[in-house]
Design a protein around this ligand. Structure first.
Ligand code: NOJ
Length: 661
């Protein structure tokens, strides 16, 4: 590492840091809003007053959420329903102009109850941050909070009140496409990430003009989909629910989260959307949650496919009685509510309770006082320079250096000719990834562009080699020639954004298509190169891990992908991320995670009857927490302040850390 780089990235002098690890469950986050306050008492009074005036149709209307159009427009029907007070909420409608028009219609209704505008702001509104799994690799909770706060400020300015994030599902199966959306495999890290993101979205008062309501989702067990196949059934003991899957949700509540989304899966045969154990016993009774529970998209309707409900009315009955307050997209509460009431399948008390939960949120959001977004504010706030700077920093901090033989990286700035290979090096839209809010496909800066901007004098040869599916090797020869003729090659490979996310599970998590052949072709050129890996999940990259000189894991970095990657490759930023999830050697090892329980027959190479495979090591390719750096650290003097602790006690562990690079 050169001195210049050291000066910019890490202080060159040795330093000592006392690190503190608290080896117990995450302490309760400071509750952001006291449960009983004068404000809340006043809100309950207002809710009672409203409820007393509402017709059954108006009550059921508050429990309905409908989907806007993909580009953010409301549908004509929404205006009509809002004017009649029959639409409580929408999802996807966004932008100050659109949301204001719809809000105006809602305020023309008899009781003037404002509409609640939700949207999936998962890793940014318009300024797109790294995907949540990637951002978690920073282990920097203040960064997670900051990026959520930026996303909140942009969203609220654009008329959005409510995000369906953070996803706090613990996920230990990289085949599951939605592993990209969470904080990875570890419950403790997951709780910290949940707290940070809730605080970022909501602040201490989400009625403020730069905050939004957050949602802890998917309640619960969605990340444990069997075989990693999205929407599949689960098999989780209550103990595992309580120890592994519940804690991030509880931490989110303690941090003030005021909405939950039910999950698509069943738990012990009972769909989560109609599951009184998790929705009533745990959430409301044990945890005293007084916020809003929304179903996932058509999850009420899906109760019929689960085999629980025999028809639409039955589905509405099960979901409402279990405690799902608001129905997303399907319309069974509204269609069958009156009849169910007549038949005494649901009670008015149940309906009122759910309506209360919706109205409570609307009051806490301050929608009755400030229902509109300001178009001027939207222009000033959304995609502003400061937000892009935060997005670049977040991207840099999410990068994990998986391999760096012989200090292949950072690349010397003095090189004259560089080859850039891979279609993902020059594809803006792909950098946004999936669930990219209102991010526009033309917004991101690519690696190729950033390189040209940073080094206008450098000779850059670009070869796409193949498209993201990479089904043909027609471009490989040109790519290998470019590598041969250059001093250094940046090889950008991995998954396209459509290969992870919802409904995007993979049974094979190798590099897609013929990309491994491409790596081998570039490798055979015999020149130095670094692999930049873009992906939404752990991949099985054994050959690359063994043979390529350097690998930089960059996930999907968002709007500022190119500048962050190029600055890191050239040493103006130091990759300090650590994996929040294990990278297996083979899908056959899944589930593989760092804190598996003991076996009575631990692995011993010399003994046959121990826990192992015949054809592969037990160890992962890269373990949870793995990540190199451009410098080196010495960790010495590990001390524990006690040698024994009781279950609820804390233990202080200190070490000296010296930057020896
Ligand atoms: C389905 C997804 O499971 C959920 O996470 C998302 O918030 C909703 N659709 C709304 O888009």
């Amino acid at each position: 590492m050169t001195k210049a780089i050291m000066r910019r990235t890490l202080r060159p002098i040795a330093f000592t840091l006392a690190l503190l690890f608290v080896l117990s469950s995450a302490g309760p986050a400071q509750r952001a809003r006291p449960a009983v306050s004068a404000k809340n008492v006043e809100i309950e009074r207002k809710i009672n007053a409203l409820l007393a005036r509402m017709t059954l149709a108006e009550k059921l209307g508050q429990l309905q959420q409908l989907d806007g159009e993909a580009k953010g427009n409301y549908r004509p029907e929404h205006l009509e329903m809002a004017r009649k007070g029959l639409l409580g909420s929408t999802l996807n409608v966004r932008g100050a102009k659109m949301t204001n028009e719809l809000q105006r219609a809602a305020l023309e209704s008899r009781l003037k109850i404002p509409i609640l505008l939700g949207f999936d702001v998962i890793h940014g509104y318009r300024t797109i941050f790294p995907v949540p799994l990637g951002e978690t690799a920073s282990w920097d909770m203040s960064l997670l909070e900051k990026s959520a706060a930026v996303a909140a400020a942009e969203s609220r300015a654009a008329g959005v009140h409510w995000t369906f994030a953070p996803m706090v599902d613990i996920a230990r199966d990289p085949r599951w496409g939605r592993i990209i959306e969470g904080a990875g495999e570890d419950t403790y890290l997951g709780t910290q990430a949940a707290i940070a993101r809730v605080r970022g979205f909501q602040g201490t008062d989400y009625s403020r003009p730069d905050r939004i309501l957050a949602t802890a989702k998917h309640w619960v067990g969605y990340g444990a989909a069997e075989a990693g196949r999205d929407y599949s059934t689960t098999n989780i003991t209550e103990r595992a629910l309580r120890e592994v899957y519940f804690p991030p949700f509880k931490a989110a509540i303690d941090a003030g989260v005021d909405s939950f989304m039910t999950s698509f899966n069943d738990l012990d045969g009972v769909p989560a959307t109609a599951n009184p154990f998790v929705l009533k016993d745990v959430l409301r009774k044990e945890w005293k949650f007084d916020g809003l529970v929304v179903s996932d998209y058509t999850a009420v309707m899906e109760l019929m496919f689960h085999g629980l409900a025999k028809d639409e009315a039955d589905a509405a009955m099960y979901a409402l009685n279990a405690g799902t307050d608001m129905e997303m997209v399907s319309r069974f509460y509204n269609k069958h509510g009156e009849d169910l009431l007549k038949r005494k399948k649901i009670s008015m008390t149940t309906i009122d309770e759910s309506v209360r939960n919706v109205l409570r949120i609307k009051f806490r959001l301050g929608l009755f006082e400030n229902p509109f977004a300001e178009e001027g504010r939207e222009k000033a706030e959304v995609f502003k320079k400061a937000n892009l700077d935060t997005a670049k920093l977040a991207a840099e901090k999410s990068f994990v250096l998986l391999k760096n033989d012989n200090e292949t990286l950072p690349i010397k700035k003095s090189i004259k000719e560089i080859a850039v290979i891979g279609t993902l090096a020059d594809n803006k839209a792909e950098m946004n990834s999936n669930w990219a809010g209102d991010g526009q496909p033309e917004d991101p800066i690519t690696v190729l562009q950033a390189l040209k901007d940073k080094f206008p004098q450098m000779r850059i040869r670009y070869e796409a080699a193949c498209d993201p599916k990479c089904e043909t090797d027609a471009g490989f020869k040109k790519a290998a020639d470019a590598a041969k003729d250059s001093d250094f090659t940046i090889l950008v490979i991995g998954e396209s954004s459509a290969m992870s996310g919802e409904a995007s599970s993979r049974s094979n998590i190798d590099l897609p298509g013929r990309q491994l052949e491409l790596v081998k072709a570039v490798h055979a050129a015999g020149k130095p190169y670094a692999v930049v890996l873009i992906n939404g999940r752990p991949l099985t990259i054994n050959w690359v891990a063994e043979n390529s000189p350097a690998i930089l894991e960059v996930w999907f970095p968002g709007t500022m992908a190119g500048p962050a990657i190029v600055d890191t490759l050239f040493g103006d930023a130091n990759p300090g991320g650590k994996l929040p999830v294990t990278f297996p050697r083979s899908v056959g090892q899944i589930p593989i995670y760092y804190n598996q329980k003991n076996t009575g027959r631990p692995f011993k190479a010399s003994e046959k009857y121990t826990s192992k495979y015949l054809d592969i090591d037990n160890t992962p390719l890269y373990p949870f927490g793995f990540g190199l750096s451009y410098t080196k650290f010495a960790i010495e003097n590990l001390k524990l302040d006690k040698l024994e602790i009781l279950p609820n006690e804390k233990l202080r562990v200190t070490v000296d850390v010296r930057n020896t690079g």
